[in-house]
Each structure stands twice: as C-alpha cells, then as structure tokens.
Ligand binder design. Structure first.
Ligand SMILES: *[C@@H]1O[C@H](CO)[C@@H](O)[C@H](O)[C@H]1NC(C)=O
Length: 301
C-alpha cells in the first residue's frame, strides 16, 4: 500500500481529538496556488521578522518574570502563566532509524535504533535520554546502504534486544524516571511523545508492532508532530531538521541520520520553540480503531 493510500485511509477514519491528523498534519500543509504563494513571499519574510521581534520581547518578559523575587509559599501563580502552560510537562522526542535499501520500493522496514530525549517544557531543559539499538528479526542483515546512511553496523544490531524487549525496557525506564502517563495526557507531570513528522510513530513503530503482533502502551497513540507545529508556530513551510535549526539561528550538531544525533537536534528545536513561547499540544494521533481497546495499541490479528 502506498504512503498516499495510507494517508487517505487515515483521513477517512474517525479521530477523537480536535487536533487530529486530518486537521493538523496533512490538510493544512497543502501548498497555496503559485500566484498566491508569490504574493505571500515578501509578506512572509516581514511576518517572520515581526515574529522574531515578538519572540525577543517575550523572552525579555520571561527573563524579568524569573528575576522577580519568588512568591511566598502558598501564593497562587499568575493566571496567565498557568494558562500558557502546555497540558503535559515533558516531551519524549523520538527519531528512529530503520533498515533500508537504496531505491527499493515496498521495502519492509524494521526499527534498528530507538533513541528518546526528554525535554522538560516547564524548566525548559533536556532532562534525560534513553538510547538503544534494536535487532531486526524479519531480516537480520543490514544492507551496506543502510550502514553507510545511519552509521549503524551489523555487530551493533546483532548484539541488541528485539523491538518487543526494547518497548518493555522503555516502559521500565519511564517508570523509574517518573514520567507519568494519565488518561487524556492532561496530568501536571504527564509526558507526550514528539517526533519530526508522522513517520516514526505511525509508519515505523505502529506498522511494525501490528505486523509482529507486539502490544504497545497507550502513550504511543497520540503525539506532537514537531514538523507541522514548527511550521504553524513560525509561519513557515514545513521543512527539514537543518532548515528548522537555521530558522532558529542554530546548526545541526553531530552526524545526520544517526538516530540519537537527529533526536538531540529535534529536542533542541523543541526547546527553542518552548523558549519562544510555543504552547505544545497533541497534533497527531492514531485513530481510535488503530489504538485498540482501552486506548492501548493491540495488533489487529
Ligand atoms: C535481507 O536484507 C539484505 C539487505 O537489504 C538483502 O541483501 C537480503 O537479500 C535480504 N534477505 C532476504 C531473505 O530478504
């Protein structure tokens, strides 16, 4: 099944969040007709400049707020600050790497690297990392193309746990880290996953779990699509990691297509968005049917 067919199908499925895939991820990114796009060209630059000025002012205000003496214990927080807080405290940024072959159509990908970087949106800091390689089971042999692209060697994946084991150890680690998941992602200490687009959680993780009959936790069912949130927040087109960093006056650090380095850079982008005043929300989700009973994801076998 082609990607487009998958997307069309997912548009037909019912979505229970206001900011569903259809609303936020796919439809809004249709490019305007060329004539309008050209008219918008110069305006967009001005708007971006204005956006940067607003962000600067906001940063200044935030700095002042931080330097103010702490309110006495028990005093209530200013209402506006509370209102600006995202519904969850932590983002778990995920950017997987998977088996691949040059120019191969209908290639069945398997995840081979599972890196998570935790961003605290309240403290505006990176506060944790979970990183492991993953052993593919349908075809354990990496192509040379894949090793060259990702830097992941055959030895690395041969010695690694399977995806099912990785999801179990992530769950143990999550509990140790006190990353909370409650119904609706709305608790004060809750976390939500975040990824650079729909690929990691939908086309790689979800598809592989369904194929292999692996049950995964409900927190993989809804997430923040950083790519589309970035485009909405800074009023730009959706763009690749290096371009997003450039718009934020930063540079890519590390090796492109290394899962952990990509993830750290996406976390930097998310952090800068938070500093610039972005209120994160869940803008992408699997459909309720895909998520299965009790909000958890179960294989459709
Ligand atoms: C497994 O993957 C490798 C690398 O892509 C490929 O060369 C090989 O033919 C595959 N094996 C099978 C049984 O599909």
């Amino acid at each position: 099944m082609s990607i487009w067919r998958l997307i069309c199908l997912s548009l037909l499925l019912p979505c229970d969040t206001a900011h569903s895939l259809a609303a936020a991820g796919v439809l809004r990114r249709a490019p305007p007709p060329p004539s309008i796009a050209m008219q918008l060209g110069s305006k967009r630059v001005n708007r971006r400049k204005r956006g940067a000025q607003v962000a600067e002012r906001q940063k200044e205000l935030d700095r002042l707020r931080l330097e103010r003496p702490a309110a006495p214990r028990g005093a209530s927080r200013p209402a506006d600050a509370a209102a600006r807080r995202p519904p969850f405290r932590y983002l778990c940024v995920l950017d997987v790497e998977a088996t691949c072959e040059k120019d191969a159509r209908h290639f069945v990908h398997e995840i081979i690297e599972f890196p998570v970087v935790v961003v605290d949106l309240y403290e505006k800091a990176v506060v944790g990392e979970f990183h492991t390689y993953v052993r593919p089971t349908a075809n354990a042999t990496l192509s040379q193309f894949c090793t060259a692209l990702t830097g992941i060697t055959q030895d690395r994946v041969d010695a690694a746990p399977t995806l099912e084991q990785v999801l179990e150890s992530f769950e143990e680690w999550r509990i140790e880290q006190k990353l909370v998941h409650s119904e609706g992602f709305a608790g004060p200490e809750d976390f939500a996953f975040a990824a650079d687009g729909p690929w990691d959680l939908r086309f790689f993780l979800h598809a592989e779990c369904v194929r292999k009959g692996i049950a995964k936790a409900p927190y993989f069912g809804k997430w923040v699509n950083i790519k589309s949130m970035f485009a909405d927040f800074y009023r730009t087109r959706s763009c690749k990691i290096h371009k997003m960093l450039q718009i934020q006056n930063m540079k890519f650090e590390g090796r492109l297509h290394s899962g952990i380095d990509d993830t750290r850079n996406i976390a930097r982008i998310a952090l800068r968005m938070a500093e610039d005043g972005c209120s994160f929300y869940l803008n992408e989700a699997l459909s309720p049917r895909e998520r299965g009973p009790n909000g958890g994801v179960f294989p459709s076998l």
